[in-house]
Design a protein around this ligand. Structure first.
Ligand SMILES: Cc1cc2nc3c(=O)[nH]c(=O)nc-3n(C[C@H](O)[C@H](O)[C@H](O)COP(=O)(O)O)c2cc1C
Length: 204
């Protein structure tokens, strides 16, 4: 039965219950692992799913970072070095990917703690995830602080892209399902995806 959840009612929910409830309202997301290094070259890896396509030319991607107290390392490393990698997650390593969200101290590598493999490609200072079949590097363009709740919108330009060309469809779309890449919702749930249509560009 359709129920009305007033904001008052939502406010009375237990804190974590409310966080999950609200976080799921924006629906399915693509979870990714963001790989960075600090100025000492120490690696960091963390899972993020608030990712948006900002434009194709130039190729820009944005993501939302929590307040610094809650998620300090990725943002600080990106600001310090200007580079990062984004790596898609397959069903085969969701447990390790999820574990990167744990609050490890600075200088502790989530690669080491989770068993995921850091991969250096070309002259990119930031590590890629070897297990990931679709990954790319970015350079920082802008960090926009959102004053209302102390979060940050981090904007980067894509520099290099690595993926199996068999995933590229005739029209340029990527068949991420073929690579077993997962979707996520909120902070706890992961989904296998199933394409139901490819529709042509709509005209009036
Ligand atoms: C599925 C999932 C999605 C997440 N998405 C985000 C996100 O979009 N932005 C964010 O700041 N934190 C997100 N987190 C939390 C970060 O992974 C967590 O705060 C992590 O410790 C940040 O690490 P860092 O301090 O090394 O950057 C997510 C966690 C999970 C489990």
């Amino acid at each position: 039965m359709m129920q009305h959840y007033s904001l008052k009612k939502v406010g009375q929910m237990e804190r974590f219950h409310r966080a999950n409830f609200i976080n799921c309202l924006t629906g399915f997301k693509s979870p990714v692992l963001i790989g960075t290094v600090n100025t000492k070259g120490e690696e960091n890896l963390a899972i993020f799913n608030n990712l948006v396509h900002l434009g194709a030319d130039p190729a820009l991607i944005g993501f939302i970072n929590r307040p610094r107290e809650a998620a300090p390392h990725t943002l600080a490393n990106i600001e310090a070095t200007g580079v990062y990698t984004i790596n898609h997650i397959t069903a085969s390593f969701i447990h390790q990917a999820h574990q990167t969200s744990a609050k490890y101290p600075e200088g502790v590598s989530e690669f080491e703690r989770t068993g995921l493999t850091p991969e250096k490609i070309g002259d990119c200072a930031a590590p890629f995830v070897a297990e990931s079949p679709v990954k790319f590097s970015l350079v920082l363009k802008e960090v926009i602080p959102i004053q209302f709740n102390n979060t940050y919108f981090v904007i980067g330009a894509i520099t290099e892209i690595y993926l199996n060309s068999a995933l590229v469809e005739e029209d340029g779309c990527l068949d991420l399902q073929k690579a077993d890449i997962v979707a996520s919702m909120g902070l706890t749930d992961y989904y296998a995806v199933n394409k139901i249509a490819k529709l042509p560009y709509a005209r009036p």
